[in-house]
Design a protein around this ligand. Sequence first.
Ligand SMILES: NC(=O)c1ccc[n+]([C@@H]2O[C@H](COP(=O)([O-])OP(=O)(O)OC[C@H]3O[C@@H](n4cnc5c(N)ncnc54)[C@H](O)[C@@H]3O)[C@@H](O)[C@H]2O)c1
Length: 335
Amino acid sequence: MMPSDETPASYRAALSGRRVLVTGCAGFIGSHVAQALLEAQVDVVGVDCFNDNYARREKLDNLRHLTSWERFEFTPIDLARGALAEVVHECDLVLHLAAEPGVRTSWGSRYEQYLRNNVLATQHLLEALRATPETRMVYASSSSVYGDTDLRPTPEAASLRPRSPYGQTKVAMEHLCELYSANFGVDTVGLRYFTVYGPRQRPDMAFYRICRAVLTDLEFVVFGDGRQTRDFTFVDDIVAATLAAATAKVSEDRIFNIGGGSPASLREAIEIVAHLAERTPAIRYEDSERGDVRDTAADTTRAQNVLGFTPSTSLSDGLAAELHWLSGRLTSNPV
Ligand SMILES: NC(=O)c1ccc[n+]([C@@H]2O[C@H](COP(=O)([O-])OP(=O)(O)OC[C@H]3O[C@@H](n4cnc5c(N)ncnc54)[C@H](O)[C@@H]3O)[C@@H](O)[C@H]2O)c1
């Protein structure tokens, strides 16, 4: 296949000849990042363990976008358990997107999974990287590290007061990366993604559920009054930021907010989807869930200055892409 015209020439040149380890490659974001690399003619070693946070079938579908490439090699390892030295040392860049995501399920007995897949898995990767500290590891953190803050747009220097066990494990992950950088010189760059959406979005996420509600007769459950706002970020913008972070010259500030640039409320998003689909979903309101924050907005000045990151997809265009994708998916795989 030919290189994609959508992959900026600068990344293509900087990544050319590299062999990149993408963890969580069967997931929503990991599969897009790996696909963008393959389209840029970069060799990719993908790792995933098909964690049970959603159906394996969905992850296998994501993986199918990668397996047709000869440059792609899949290694089914659980990062919290498996031997990583070999797979890490044969690569010269690590994009660490594997994790146990999601705020609501992080209470109770599932917390153990969050510790394993977010904290322990990251520590195992960092240990493996001690032998080749110059190998950069770009890792996915989250806006959830901030919790509820009055400082919006929120800069990276804001206090970290997560409101969920998930956010707490993301803070722990960032701290581990800082520790391995300070003590062993491991080259880590953290990206605090703000609510990511687009084709292949996780089925537990709000936009997937809104799109499914307008495409089927299923109800959309809103947790809270629907006036909560999020800095929604289209997955292509996340890919661009992640690839920029893979090659950018980064000095002491090694953590970046990555946001879509136009915060909107859930109600506004529902209206956009209803307009695009020409159909209003049935909505049921329930109490907001513990751990959910009220509003998020990213100050992306640092990412703009250091990574050259500017989000380029409007909420309406991004939602149209997700709706189109889910419509095709539901036609071939009805719920
Ligand atoms: N989606 C968002 O809105 C969002 C926002 C902020 C941060 N993030 C972060 O981005 C990253 C990707 O999220 P996503 O939405 O694509 O989630 P996802 O669940 O779709 O993808 C994560 C993948 O990691 C794999 N995985 C989990 N634990 C593993 C382990 N121990 N070993 C190997 N593979 C493992 C899972 O099987 C899954 O395929 C995560 O770090 C998440 O916390 C996502």
